[in-house]
Design a protein around this ligand. Structure first.
Ligand SMILES: [Zn+2]
Length: 299
């Protein structure tokens, strides 16, 4: 084997770790950098798929580099402001921007603390999310990243400690996860307007009525073990705050109140304040292929 071939094989192996981990924060940071340069319009999902590799190639061609789709040092430098600052190379807090800031925003979202656009620009909102995460992870609440924060951010996201019955008898579509350059922190059930929304277990109602932020009419139920479920965009509310509900009790009806393009139930599950994947509470539920987003302004 000629040394040059060997070296390029080695380089290829070094830049391919994303295949093993479908939500690689470094791939998300690459997608943010490519978006900032106008070469990528796909989701910031941390998945090194064909569209990301093609965007890297297109960028390399434009920058006069070898268009091999791999992420060498020269490509990182050419990417500019968002190609710089490796994850862990410096503390992240308000005002910091770059590759590492994008990676931290992405990891915060998966840990249940999304903060708007994942754009590599760490603002007040991202720092607020970081503080919430630090409190949640029982770390010192500094609003600044360090090695302990990065380690906690790399942990598997929490799962629901309780099992719930599905709130409507319709297969959910739009899942918990990246959506465009943002993060969809819940699960969407595309049920017809007026479909009854029912309690997933016995619990206590903690909110019943309109909620600011585009959620429309909302019912929130505390199911114990630190788990709260939020049911948004309801056309009708059937309960009041403080009321105890049994599994299957009617909470309200599906609607399109707030920022929604059509009737659906947006269900969000929180564990001690962190948004968690609601599907972890419904192990039997299967999702359908994703439809166009049902919300105009996801969080
Ligand atoms: Zn939703």
């Amino acid at each position: 084997m000629r040394p040059v071939i060997f070296l390029s094989l080695l380089a290829a192996l070094l830049v391919l770790p994303a295949a093993a981990d479908a939500r690689d924060p470094n791939v998300a940071a690459l997608q943010v950098a490519l978006r900032a340069r106008g070469f990528y319009a796909g989701a910031v999902n941390g998945e090194r798929g064909p569209s990301t590799t093609e965007a890297v190639r297109a960028f390399q061609r434009r920058a006069g580099l070898t268009a091999d789709g791999s992420l060498g040092a020269r490509t990182r430098v050419a990417l500019g402001a968002f190609g710089r600052h490796a994850l862990g190379s410096r503390p992240i807090t308000t005002g910091v921007s770059g590759w590492d800031a994008a990676a931290v925003q992405f990891m915060l979202a998966w840990q249940g603390f999304p903060s708007g656009a994942i754009d590599g620009q760490f603002g007040e909102r991202s720092t607020a999310a970081l503080r919430q995460f630090q409190r949640w992870a029982r770390l010192p609440v500094t609003g600044v990243t360090d090695a302990a924060v990065l380690k906690a951010l790399r942990a598997q996201p929490a799962r629901s400690p309780v099992r719930l019955a599905a709130p409507v008898a319709v297969a959910p579509t739009d899942r918990f996860g990246p959506r465009g350059d943002r993060f969809h922190a819940g699960l969407d059930f595309p049920a017809a307007r007026g479909t009854r929304v029912t309690a997933g277990a016995s619990g206590r109602v903690t909110h019943a009525g309109p909620l600011a932020g585009g959620w429309g009419n909302v019912v929130t139920v505390d199911y114990g073990s630190g788990v709260e479920a939020m049911h948004a965009h309801l056309s009708r509310v059937d309960v009041r705050v403080g009321q105890r509900v049994a599994v299957g009790a009617s909470l309200g009806a599906v609607g399109a109140t707030g920022h929604a393009t059509g009737p659906h139930l947006h269900l969000e599950l929180r564990l001690r304040g962190a948004a968690i994947d609601p599907l972890t509470a419904f192990p039997q539920t299967r999702t359908r292929p994703a439809d166009p987003p049902l919300e105009i302004k996801p969080r």
